[in-house]
Design a protein around this ligand. Structure first.
Ligand code: IPM
Ligand code: MN
Length: 357
């Protein structure tokens, strides 16, 4: 198969984890006889520095022409909390999602047997956790207008907007996943307080009745935050709006032991995009210490979702599991034992893939 992939390393540790992910992609393509073509684009702070635009048109065109996009991370402290900066790297990510129509963010949360002891939660709570978050990605308060400040600078406002169409399509996506899994959907909202959530709940009830073989639960977001930690095993598919999904998926990452382990897929109207859920970790940039596993697992999701190549995805997951079992891990999950470098973890995984029959 011919794989045309747009590669957007981004900022901070993005380029370092991307390098390892690309080595793994090459190893898999070599093993299974796929023809790989990659083309690099810029997004985020590096794109502001070069072109004064966090998501330049040329990057957008590159994404549209590709079969899949691999994205690392973006953000740089020099743009943080500076009210004089009108352009911010994060706008690049939001625009990229919006302009590519990537409305569905799939974030699987699974416990890794060899890391159970490293989770801050008790082993019996963490063992066997296997759920997937479906986060709405192009609506809600991150995009709503107006957003801004009053003239005197002392009042600020954001707007949360959701339309029926946006809510319906993400719910259908959640039910599609649930039908392939354990047939349970949990809808997370704050319908006791906010209007957009009341619309979510109303539409969720309508859509639930179209999927009688799937069980539907409704949870308020504050309660959900607690239950995810208390009884993570009981969830199958959780579906929620943009901001709640952003927050709850970072929380969920703790279950697995590190934010450096969670991959994600963004799917929608055009090319799908695959990215780790962690950020650009600027303090760790250039030190060869970042955990490349979330990015490598994002490559596994790319093989499965964008190219329907299940075996390739599974081999990557097996390789990651093997590296965890062999304790070839970066400092975020090394637990006082020897910490390996980003490149060492990537190279070990490539070697493991090469030696499989
Ligand atoms: C994420 C990130 C982004 C988000 C930021 C960097 C815009 O936190 O992918 O979860 O909030 O969506
Ligand atoms: Mn986030």
């Amino acid at each position: 198969m011919k794989l045309n992939i747009a590669v957007l390393p981004g900022d901070g540790i993005g380029p370092e984890v991307m390098n390892e992910a690309l080595k793994v992609t090459q190893a898999i393509c070599h093993k299974f006889g796929h023809q790989l073509k990659t083309k690099e684009g810029i997004v985020g702070a590096c794109a502001i520095d070069k072109l004064s635009d966090p998501y330049p048109l040329q990057t957008h065109q590159l994404c549209l022409e590709s079969d899949a996009v691999l994205f690392g991370a973006l953000g740089h402290p020099k743009y943080d909390n500076n009210p004089n900066m009108k352009i911010r790297p994060e706008q690049g990510l939001l625009r990229m999602r919006k302009e590519l129509g990537l409305y569905g963010n799939i974030r699987p949360v699974m416990s890794f047997p060899s890391l159970i002891q490293k989770s801050p939660l008790k082993a019996e709570i963490v063992e066997g956790v296997d759920f997937v978050f479906i986060r709405e990605l192009t609506g809600g308060i991150y995009f709503g207008e107006p957003q801004g400040r009053s003239e005197d600078g002392n009042t600020a406002y954001d707007t949360c907007i959701y339309t029926r169409k946006e809510i319906e399509r993400i719910l259908h996506l959640a039910y599609k996943f649930a039908k392939q899994r354990r047939k349970k959907v949990t809808v997370v909202d704050k319908s006791n307080i906010i209007a957009t959530s009341r619309l979510w709940r109303q539409i969720a009830k309508e859509i639930a009745s179209q999927y009688p073989d799937v069980e539907t639960d409704y949870l308020l977001v504050d309660n959900a935050a607690m239950q995810i930690i208390q009884r993570p095993k009981t969830f199958d598919v959780l579906v929620t709006e943009n901001m709640f999904g952003d927050i709850l998926t970072d929380e969920s990452a703790v279950i697995t032991g590190s934010l450096g382990l969670l991959p994600s897929a963004c799917i929608g109207e055009h090319t799908s995009l695959f990215e780790p859920i962690h950020g650009s970790y600027p303090e760790g940039a250039g030190k060869n210490i970042a955990n490349p596993l979330a990015m490598i697992l994002s490559v596994a999701l790319m093989f499965e979702y964008a190219f329907k190549l299940k075996e390739e995805g599974q081999l990557i997951r097996d390789a990651v599991n093997a590296s965890l079992e062999a304790n070839i891990v970066t400092e975020d999950i090394c637990d006082g034992e020897k910490a390996y470098a980003t490149t060492e973890v990537g190279e070990w995984i490539v070697y493991w893939i090469q030696k499989q029959q």
